[in-house]
Design a protein around this ligand. Structure first.
Ligand SMILES: [Zn+2]
Ligand SMILES: [Zn+2]
Length: 330
């Protein structure tokens, strides 16, 4: 699933003209709004956005995960949290953990080892899932730091939106960074680099590591002509962001900006495993309806020649392509 065809879109209303699909009231400018994006069955590029107030949206629609919401990363932290809670019922989980822990502490005062033993003896569905513990690990201290971090990021974004696209691209180039396709991604990327520093290139493929919400710094490079690099680093080594001196002229923001290196604190919401499955889906060339009739489904091909056309043909027929012969075939 590419980000351009995600089923939902969240943003701060650019104007006050759109009405909410559910309650029919106007959605005020700058208010957070969510759209259900409907693609025309006849024309790929033609989409309709049905806007909702956030509250109204969740009475009608239930996205499976935040991964389905385009532009989610660019929302303010508080707003991300509100949406996350609606989707994951994170509040409910948090209460479960507290109840679970207080119930356990009434046996006796259990030490770490005791807790572990009790947990393994509990029936499977009574054990809190690893996801619950991830939420538990976020202390108040982290929350405070994240709020501060969020403010810094949004201040930077506010300043960056005033710059021209060519200025934004020059800033990325000056720091050896590739340019993301979408404008909002460019600003996200720059705000991260200016706030936390420029990550060193990927140690597997030398590509750029870019921050991805809930995941960490994910490599955007390729391992070879056909394979995307999936390297993720939570806290990669970084160097200071550079502003070319000619760009500082007549720009107070860029002149007064002080580069720094900091660790970005975030809540990890995707395990590497679930990330891999998402990526696998993204790479799927075939749609679900035609899957069963694909002639080469389940077959693997090893191509010696570097031809993208052959590769695409095989993949369209359901086969998989690799550049090396897999061990199991030897
Ligand atoms: Zn509404
Ligand atoms: Zn890489």
């Amino acid at each position: 699933m590419s980000s351009t065809c995600l089923p939902f879109l969240a943003e701060y209303a650019k104007n006050g003209r759109a009405s909410c699909t559910a309650c029919k009231q106007k959605i005020a400018q700058d208010l957070l709004r969510i759209a259900k994006v409907v693609q025309s069955p006849f024309h790929e590029d033609f989409i309709t956005t049905n806007w909702f107030h956030v509250i109204c949206f969740f009475t009608r629609v239930k996205p499976k995960s935040i991964e389905e919401i385009k532009n989610f990363d660019a929302l303010r932290l508080d707003d991300q949290q509100k949406i996350r809670e609606q989707i994951d019922n994170a509040g409910e989980l948090l209460r479960d953990i507290r109840e679970f822990d207080s119930a356990m502490s009434s046996f006796k005062i259990p030490n770490k080892e005791d807790k572990k033993t009790i947990k393994t003896k509990l029936p499977k569905d009574a054990r809190p899932s690893p996801k619950k513990f991830k939420i538990e690990l976020n202390t108040n201290e982290d929350d405070k730091l994240m709020k501060k971090q969020d403010k810094e990021l949004f201040d930077l974004k506010d300043h960056l939106t005033i710059l021209s696209k060519s200025q934004l691209i020059s800033l990325l180039n000056a720091n050896d960074q590739t340019v993301p396709e979408e404008n909002s991604r460019i600003i996200e990327n720059l705000a991260d680099l200016m706030c936390f520093g420029v990550p060193s290139p990927c140690d597997k493929c030398n590509g750029n590591l870019k921050y991805k919400s809930g995941v960490g710094y994910k490599c955007t490079g390729d391992l070879d002509e056909w394979t995307k690099c999936e390297n993720v680093n939570i806290d990669p080594p970084k160097k200071k962001f550079k502003v070319p001196s000619h760009m500082k002229k007549d720009n107070i923001f860029l002149t007064t900006y002080k580069p720094k290196i900091k660790k970005r604190i975030f809540k990890q919401t995707f395990s590497t495993k679930s990330l891999a499955s998402v990526q696998k889906e993204e790479g799927d060339v075939d749609g679900p309806e035609v899957k069963e009739t694909l002639a080469l489904k389940g077959m693997q091909f090893v191509i010696n020649r570097k031809s993208k056309t052959d590769r695409n043909k095989i993949m369209l027929l359901g086969g998989t392509v690799s550049s090396r012969l897999h061990k199991s075939f030897l």
